[in-house]
Design a protein around this ligand. Sequence first.
Ligand code: PEP
Length: 256
Amino acid sequence: MNTEKRRAVIGGNWKLNGTTGDCLAFARELAEHLPEGPLPEIVLAVPYLLVAEAAEVFRDLPVSVAVQNVSVYEAGAYTGEVSARQAAAAGAQWTLVGHSERRQLFGDTDADVARRVKNALSSALRVMLCVGEPEAVRADGGQDAWVAAQLESALADFDPEELDRLAVAYEPVWAIGTGRNASPADAQAMAAHIRACLTRRFGSAGDQVPVLYGGSVTPENAGALLAGPDVDGALVGGASLKAASFAAILAAAAAP
Ligand code: PEP
């Protein structure tokens, strides 16, 4: 394990929240609250329509803009879709892929997730791949096998040369938006398992992929969740909507 060199990443996910104008207010407030000293990499996943505005207002802040999904299609007669290429051209540098809300509410299959990863990479986007088990799977103790299968499928054709453009977010489905975060010990155990899967698949380069925890992260619990040696950051939903609470989580990540 080499925790020295791994990048720390804190992602925010605004989901279907925010309208034009909110990015500017958020950026101003975030600038006021940004902690001193070395910061983690900061990635904010905004709704598609806010990408161009976000790219503009975060230009002078250490914040990269992400989209929350990209199409399985590259271009063509697919009404309502947004391609990875369009997202990148609008100013996105990252995309989430495989968020559990996409998988559960919009029927994303493992095969779709793999196609989205491929399209993102071919459009020069970086990928935050979300994996995580439903509650019933954890109740049966099947979470490790579940997450290993999600990783294997999403990364089946992943080119090891692209590993520095990948982060993996472990987001147990039962912890997202519920106020019930995983325990720090469970978050660490799963992050270590994900790291082992990545190392098995990619060799030592897999060890350098940031592994994040997501699911009801707040300023209050971030320090404990981020303390695990294999937890390199967090993906934050609700608490990323307010600049002050997001900045407090950044401060927890930046703390020595
Ligand atoms: C998420 O949307 O990825 C998430 C983790 O949400 P929340 O922090 O609100 O649980």
